[in-house]
Design a protein around this ligand. Structure first.
Ligand code: CU
Length: 163
């Protein structure tokens, strides 16, 4: 089951991002990095994240989790046997190292299309802006993640953390 959200709430983003400290944020597009002709991309596989719409964050004063700014949210029920839920994040920067927003990347994890949501951590600076979703993966498995943006392909090799 998937729910589709199309709204882009730029004003909410600006309001929620303003005033956050930049010191705690990791640099955008660092770590597992692949470069293409125009972009520098990074892949991160972490713990599942709670994702909220900007209106929910505002109305309920939510302080942790991620704001979903657009794209598709994946609804995962019970993960298949031997797998756990992870959060796959792709940060996309230009060659100067600044995040590029409002792209429509296609993300394929081991030949399966990942519904792509656009997210930013609540209270995080714009460098946290990323594309991705929650997905069930096998701990310690070796996976490939193919990201295509405007015809440019970045192929990542990664090992799923054990958690
Ligand atoms: Cu995220």
């Amino acid at each position: 089951m998937r729910t589709r959200f199309l709204a882009l709430a730029t004003t909410a983003l600006t309001a929620l991002v303003a005033g956050s400290s930049a010191c705690s944020a990791a640099a955008a597009c660092s770590g597992n990095v692949v470069t293409t002709a125009s972009y520098r991309m990074s892949l991160d596989i972490g713990s599942p994240e709670e994702m909220y719409l900007p209106s929910e964050v505002k109305a309920r004063h939510i302080k942790t989790g991620e704001i979903m700014l657009g794209g598709e949210m994946s609804m995962i029920g019970t993960p298949p046997a031997g797998t756990r839920i992870y959060h796959v994040e792709v940060h996309i920067c230009n060659k100067a190292g600044s995040v590029v927003t409002k792209l429509k990347p296609a993300i394929v994890v081991d030949h399966a299309m990942l519904p792509v949501a656009i997210m930013i951590g609540i209270g995080e600076p714009i460098s946290d802006y990323h594309y991705g979703n929650d997905i069930a993966l096998k701990p310690a498995a070796k996976i490939t993640v193919k990201v295509t943006v405007k015809g440019q392909v970045a192929l990542f090799h990664a090992t799923v953390p054990k958690r």
